[in-house]
Ligand binder design. Structure first.
Ligand SMILES: Nc1ncnc2c1ncn2[C@@H]1O[C@H](COP(=O)(O)OP(=O)(O)OC[C@H]2O[C@@H]([n+]3cccc(C(=O)O)c3)[C@H](O)[C@@H]2O)[C@@H](O)[C@H]1O
Ligand SMILES: Nc1ncnc2c1ncn2[C@@H]1O[C@H](COP(=O)(O)OP(=O)(O)OP(=O)(O)O)[C@@H](O)[C@H]1O
Ligand SMILES: [Mg+2]
Length: 276
């Protein structure tokens, strides 16, 4: 059992898995990665390493599935990345013994910014350029090396739409895509990710000082709980409020994020065929 406490003291719902359940997830996800690479006829996988827990856990599981020669890590700093996050990303690559490259994306992004200077000061539009530039580079390397691109998205991000459309979501599969954020941390501790990385503050690093929870206005413990109880689960909003330390406003916010991001979870629609 891990001795890392991955749950905040005031989390409304404890989603921690038992050791046996964690082992089952580990086996299930590594088999998934191996099968997905084989089904694609690929020689391995590429993934972006940020020093954050989602990419660190995905990298650990991918090396278990594919071996160290099966994974190519890309570390892609912009001016918005904290230096210690980038050195954590390098430490993860070194720890795992995988091939990795550090690719500075600031000059790439600046080319976009100079093309439309009026958009360059739009924090969100510009931040999304960094995220999408990383997606282009992942596929540049994957095409060349006959690899697939591993995504790192978890269930809390997918259900709230907390990702960039055709950016970090532009991937071939999401191995940890069914785990809530609490469970990502817990599986990471279980497979041996060092504690300092497990407990890293989640950030997209699209601008300096950004953190997921500040931007979302919710903690992941609350998001996980509302998803598990109400959106994925069977409880009504009122039963969730009555029985757990969750407010109506928090539920409304998660439901709003979920509904407004439906377009990010489906293929781009076309009008139905006209009757002839
Ligand atoms: N109803 C609708 N039907 C069809 N398409 C719709 C649409 N509403 C917007 N759109 C399209 O979607 C675009 C907006 O979506 P998008 O471009 O993704 O941009 P947006 O959702 O505005 O921003 C991305 C969000 O994800 C967060 N993020 C991004 C990357 C990584 C991470 C992380 O955790 O590491 C977090 C970021 O902080 C921000 O909150 C619009 O410009 C429009 O093109
Ligand atoms: N500087 C970077 N270099 C390489 N890849 C990156 C970088 N920043 C983000 N990414 C990629 O985008 C993904 C999405 O970012 P996200 O912040 O959601 O995940 P994370 O950093 O792994 O974990 P956390 O959400 O806890 O910060 C990362 O997992 C990683 O694959
Ligand atoms: Mg991050």
């Amino acid at each position: 059992m891990t001795d890392v406490d991955v749950l905040s003291e005031d989390a409304p719902l404890d989603l921690r898995l038992s050791d046996a359940e964690l082992e089952a997830h580990r086996e299930h996800i590594t088999t998934f990665i191996r099968d997905t690479v084989a089904a694609a006829g690929a020689d391995g996988a590429v993934l972006g390493l940020s020093g954050g827990i989602d990419s660190t856990l995905t990298a650990f599981l991918a090396v278990e599935a594919l071996g160290e020669d099966g994974l190519h890590g890309l570390i892609m700093p912009s001016v918005a990345n904290a230096e210690d996050m980038m050195s954590d990303a390098e430490a993860v690559a070194e720890m795992l013994g995988i091939t990795y490259d550090v690719v500075e994306i600031q000059p790439i992004a600046e080319t976009f910014f100079n093309t439309f200077p009026e958009a360059a000061n739009d924090r969100m539009a510009a931040g999304n350029v960094y995220v999408r530039a990383r997606g282009v580079l992942n596929y540049f390397v994957a095409n060349h090396e006959n690899c697939i691109v591993l995504g790192t998205g978890n269930r809390a991000e997918a259900m709230t739409g907390y990702f960039t459309k055709y950016g970090d979501q532009a991937v071939d599969c999401n191995p940890v895509g069914n785990l809530y954020k609490q469970q990502v941390r817990q599986l990471a501790a279980h497979v041996g990710v060092p504690e300092g990385l497990v407990m890293q503050t989640p950030s997209a690093e699209m601008w300096s000082g950004q953190t997921d929870e500040k931007e979302l206005g919710l903690t992941y413990d609350v998001i996980d709980a509302v998803l598990a109880l109400h959106i994925d689960g069977p409880l009504s909003a009122s039963a969730t409020v009555r029985n757990f330390d969750i407010t109506e406003a928090q539920i409304e916010r998660v439901v709003e994020l979920y509904e407004q991001s439906a377009h990010k979870r489906s293929m781009p629609p076309a009008p139905p065929s006209l009757d002839r």
